[in-house]
Design a protein around this ligand. Structure first.
Ligand SMILES: [Zn+2]
Length: 327
């Protein structure tokens, strides 16, 4: 790496032959054998529910969506699928990646990856479709768990995005509700000059009076549930930027996120390459390793992740060695 000095590294699958010789091998015989199970969350996929920014721009308010997404996906990967080795990294610009590195995850076929991506996808439909979440009864426990996470953030989110601050925004929201509610809600909202959160609570109490409790949940999910770029998860041939690369547009390092401190993670405080150079240059003791830079706390998260992965795979090897001794 030092000799070639790449400005960016993408990571893909491990193939059954060396990539260098893939042109001399018949197409069908060059196969991906294993790859981390990866997830990509990108703020551009939230443009239908973001009022603060659009396209490649992000702000602190956008980051609330990311926190909700990380918590929901991470819980499902851990509790529903039993994956232990999950590394979350900030992409350096407008999203996050998750690398699931358990041996079972790395061996998953394309169809299994597709099934997991679909299990985690609730918001469906194109820009023309107004109602994008449709729940079936009984509601799956995983969705109820996601809703509990959303409940921790919903007030912050509704206030930050100011979802019900104008007639236009109110109209947009009622269009994803059954017709029987729209008139009453619009009148209620119009009659009082209230904050988005008070209006939201008013809506929840109206919707919750219904014997069918799905409508209220569907709205909450539509306005906050993670949007995954499923093609990144499905494909074994897809490449993803390596952790610790520098984002070419922002100069920020693609740093691991400590999930224990997820609520304090600030994407705008992540060190840039020029900041790190400056930190090196201004050191008087001449030390030049990451421990003496603002990258240190992120590297602690990374080292902790790698160490735990290494110790579980060597324990696995000892276990399979012991089994063969039994013979
Ligand atoms: Zn924003």
């Amino acid at each position: 790496i030092r000799k070639n000095c790449p400005f960016k590294i993408d990571i893909g699958a491990i193939f059954n032959h060396k990539p260098r010789i893939h042109k001399s091998i018949q197409p069908g015989n060059f196969r991906a054998e294993s790859k981390e199970l990866v997830f990509d969350i990108d703020m551009t996929d939230y443009d239908d529910i973001r009022t603060c920014c659009s396209d490649a721009n992000i702000c602190h308010n956008c980051w609330t969506f990311v926190k909700i997404a990380i918590k929901i996906i991470d819980r499902a990967l851990s509790e529903d699928f039993g994956f232990s080795h999950r590394l979350w990294v900030y992409s350096g610009r407008r999203g996050v990646h998750c690398w699931v590195c358990d041996p079972q995850a790395r061996k998953l076929s394309q169809s299994a990856r597709t099934a997991i991506a679909e299990y985690l996808t609730l918001v469906k439909g194109n820009d023309q479709q107004l109602k994008k979440v449709s729940l079936k009864q009984p509601i799956h426990p995983s969705i109820n768990n996601a809703l509990s996470i959303i409940d921790e953030y919903i007030e912050t989110l509704v206030m930050e995005q100011d979802y019900l601050s104008s007639e236009e925004r109110c109209n947009k929201l009622v269009r994803c509700l059954p017709r029987r509610y729209s008139e009453q809600l619009q009148e209620d909202w119009k009659a009082r000059n209230e904050t988005s959160w008070t209006r939201w609570q008013r809506m929840e109490s109206v919707l919750n009076k219904d014997t069918d409790d799905r409508t209220c949940k569907e709205v909450k999910l539509q306005y906050s549930y993670p949007r995954l770029d499923v093609n990144v998860t499905k494909g074994l041939n897809h490449l993803l930027k390596s952790p610790l690369c520098v984002h070419p547009k922002t100069g920020r390092v693609c740093v691991p996120i400590n999930l224990k401190e997820i609520d304090d993670f600030d994407p705008f405080a992540v060190p840039t390459v020029s900041q790190l150079c400056h930190e090196f240059e201004t050191r008087t003791d001449g030390k030049k390793d990451y421990h003496c830079t603002s990258l240190a706390p992120y590297m602690t998260t990374f080292v902790h992740f790698v160490t735990s992965l290494q110790s579980s795979s060597s324990a696995q090897r000892r276990k399979s060695g012991a089994t063969s001794m039994d013979f």
